[in-house]
Design a protein around this ligand. Structure first.
Ligand code: FES
Length: 88
C-alpha cells in the first residue's frame, strides 16, 4: 500500500501517516487512533481498523492475529439522536 493511500476515509488519514505513527513507537490500534485520528470518524473505525491492523502487523513483524483489535464503543452504528431520546 502506497503512503498516499487514504486508510481512514472519515478522517482523511493516509497509510504514510499511520506508518509514521508506528515508526514513532505506536504499537496498538488505540494509540494509532490517538496519534492520527484514524478510526475516530463517523464510522467508528469499521472501515479503517482492519487496514490499521494490517499496517501495524507489516511494520512491526507481528502476526496479524497478535494485533489487538480496537475496542468497540457504543453506538456501534450511527443512529439518529432521536432514536436514543425515545421513551418506552
Ligand atoms: S474510515 Fe476511519 S473512522 Fe471511518
Amino acid at each position: 500500500m502506497d503512503d498516499e493511500v487514504i486508510v481512514c476515509r472519515c478522517e482523511e488519514v493516509t497509510a504514510g501517516e499511520v506508518r509514521a505513527a508506528i515508526r514513532a513507537g505506536t504499537r496498538t490500534i488505540a494509540a494509532i487512533k490517538k496519534r492520527t485520528r484514524a478510526g475516530m470518524g463517523l464510522c467508528g473505525g469499521r472501515t479503517c481498523a482492519r487496514l490499521m491492523a494490517r499496517l501495524l502487523a507489516e511494520e512491526t513483524g507481528l502476526p496479524a492475529a497478535a494485533v489487538a483489535p480496537p475496542r468497540a464503543r457504543p453506538p456501534v452504528r450511527p443512529v439518529p439522536a432521536a432514536a436514543l431520546a425515545e421513551e418506552d
